[in-house]
Design a protein around this ligand. Sequence first.
Ligand SMILES: C[S@@+](CC[C@H](N)C(=O)[O-])C[C@H]1O[C@@H](n2cnc3c(N)ncnc32)[C@H](O)[C@@H]1O
Length: 214
Amino acid sequence: MGNDPAGGPSGAETPDPGLFRRLLSRVDDAGCRGVELGAHMMTLYALARRARGPIVECGVGSGFSTLALLAGAAEADLPVTSYDVSARTRDAALRTIGLPADDARLRRWEFRVKAGHEGAADWPDGTLGLLFLDTTHFYTDTRRELGAWAPRMHPDGVICGHDYLLHLDPLWTATGVKRAVDEFVSAVEGRYQRVLHRRDHGLFILLPRDDERW
Ligand SMILES: C[S@@+](CC[C@H](N)C(=O)[O-])C[C@H]1O[C@@H](n2cnc3c(N)ncnc32)[C@H](O)[C@@H]1O
């Protein structure tokens, strides 16, 4: 049996299904490397843990969100599928998670090179328990992603995404998340209640309004 300093004993015969120790060890890093997801990783973990269907991530980047979603998915026994236009982000995510691609703890993770909105064609309607969006942050892309994925969501499914408040940061020009999300919430007429976490450029969370579990 191998000894893995970040995650305890390693090897297929002694899987660490939680990945929680790895998540804890990365939360601070995520706020210090320009990813600015640090304030939201534990929320993503909790949302994944409570999801009732497969989890989808659009925008892998350095893989901090991937790690948070995978840690929760392991406890909910759910698959995570991540989409990114750049194939290199798969290796970046593996470095952040700190596991080789063939590790048994990653068996529930699938990475697909595809634009976020195109991934929706891979899924039947009404299935997804959690969708996380973190791609270009342009209005047109965010709007297209929300439009493509909305029919794929389970009635109890939650939609969330990073950088809702990016327009408040003068250093950024891709600042259409808030407008696209607000228009979407209005268009689906009461289906979702919007919750906002303001730190680190903002995380929006759309909870199904009629689901008392949330
Ligand atoms: C801000 S980073 C994501 C950060 C990531 N969530 C993390 O925790 O490190 C944005 C990512 O979106 C990807 N991307 C850009 N346009 C995309 C699109 N249309 N569909 C999917 N991914 C896209 C980029 O390649 C990049 O990896």
